[in-house]
Design a protein around this ligand. Structure first.
Ligand code: PMP
Length: 395
């Protein structure tokens, strides 16, 4: 037996849940990601997606991706730096920069690699990087890769952030990195207070708009726009994998910082560029988002309906202010059980357990799309209510 096999042969965590019949991961979808999907012949209502705008099956986007495949082929066979730049990539970068009201931007092949690559390079020795302790894993990994000194503060606790900042040298580069919308619990970063602290302690700010784009702000420009603080935020990152119905991500900011990253961000330079189809899909989704603000209105209408219904039925839903609704269970085993029971009854939701949340905060994550109907929400609330009551989670 090899060394690695010797080490991992006793890794049985997932098997425990498989044997209990509640393993929730890697379910295979056989079709498009709409509000109803088929998984292994079983039809479920999809409330576990990040496709907030409901655009993943949109024919216009599919057609744009097909046309790009025909024109440019299936891949770019190299990095943006060398042979992998298409006019399509440049067009997307120009349009994204204009959309988020920044000078310039870079588009990468995933949102994860944006955070990982940008944070690793944008701050270095003698600098400080300060994160909310619920920031996304890609921010944590980027932070770890940088040579900056790493600090964090309690989730959304501005007094704790100030405590951290107070002790740092005034002239040092200090980058505060925060999720605009927290991906598991749906609450927002306290951007106005963070901006005040930025001025008081001479810092910079980067906001992750993965769950803000397509949801908040004018035409879905994100939470920086929603708070009217785009100019105060130095760097904005976003992904194409959620509201923009594709795959990829971007980092946007002033022209000098982006120029530095264009020539130094390792996940941009040493990784192949995004596929023509994915790039064209993101571009078309961006056009639709700007042409059809009614999609965002529909998303908020159905979100408000769902929030009201979960509250009326006595669910504990925390501090959410977004289409991400956490339904707290506060017990790991029960979280898996609830997810499995919901799936069997026709509702797909995601279990959230440590390290994605604190051990006492386990929950199931219920997320809305613009294309969900109130009737679908109602059906899911009834099913979930029955399960939560039977399991003694709510009355
Ligand atoms: N940031 C946040 C807040 C996310 O939720 C995610 C994806 N779940 C990412 C970054 C990474 O984006 P992508 O999936 O496009 O790689």
């Amino acid at each position: 037996m090899g060394q690695l096999q010797e080490r991992y042969k006793n890794y049985r965590e997932p098997q425990k849940f498989m044997e209990a019949g509640v393993y929730p991961y890697f379910r295979e979808i056989t079709g498009k990601q709409g509000t109803e999907v088929e998984m292994g012949g079983h039809k479920v209502l999809m409330f576990g997606s990040n496709a907030y705008t409901g655009l993943t099956g949109d024919q216009r986007i599919i057609d744009a991706a097909k046309a790009a495949l025909d024109q440019y082929g299936s891949g770019c066979a190299g990095s943006r730096f060398l042979n992998g730049t298409l006019d399509l990539h440049v067009k997307l970068e120009k349009e994204i920069s204009a959309f988020v009201h920044k000078d310039d931007c870079l588009c990468l092949s995933t949102g994860f690699s944006v955070n990982q690559g940008v944070l690793a390079m944008v701050v270095g020795k003698n600098d400080y990087i300060i994160c909310d302790d619920r920031d996304h894993a890609s921010i944590v990994d980027g932070r770890r890769l940088s040579f900056a000194r790493q600090l964090h503060y309690k989730h959304n606790d501005m007094a704790d952030l100030e405590r951290v900042l107070q002790n740092l040298p005034h002239e040092a580069v200090k980058l505060i990195v925060v999720d605009g919308v927290f991906s598991m619990e749906g609450d927002l970063a306290k951007l106005p207070e963070i901006v005040e602290l930025k001025h008081k302690y001479n810092c910079s700010i980067m906001v992750d708009e993965a769950h803000g784009i397509g949801v908040f702000g004018d035409h879905g420009r994100g939470v920086c726009d929603y708070f009217g603080l785009t100019d105060e935020v130095d760097l904005i990152m976003g992904t194409f994998s959620k509201s923009l119905a594709s795959i990829g991500g971007f980092i946007a900011g002033d022209k000098d910082t982006i120029n530095f990253l264009r020539h130094n961000c390792r996940t941009y330079i040493f990784s192949a560029s995004n596929t023509p189809a994915a790039t064209a899909a993101a571009l078309e989704a961006l056009h639709i988002l700007q042409k059809e603000p009614e999609r965002i209105e529909a998303l908020w209408k159905v979100t408000k309906y769902a929030l009201k219904r979960f509250q009326e039925e006595g669910f504990e839903i925390g501090e959410t202010e977004s289409p991400i609704i956490p339904l707290y269970v506060r017990d790991v085993e029960k979280t898996f059980l609830v997810t499995a029971l919901a799936f069997n009854a026709g509702v797909f939701i995601n279990p959230v357990i440590p390290p994605a949340c604190a051990p006492q905060d386990t929950l199931v994550r219920y997320a809305l799309m613009a294309t969900h109907t109130e009737e679908q929400v109602e059906r899911s609330v009834e099913i979930l209510k029955k399960i939560f009551v039977e399991q003694g989670i709510i009355k």
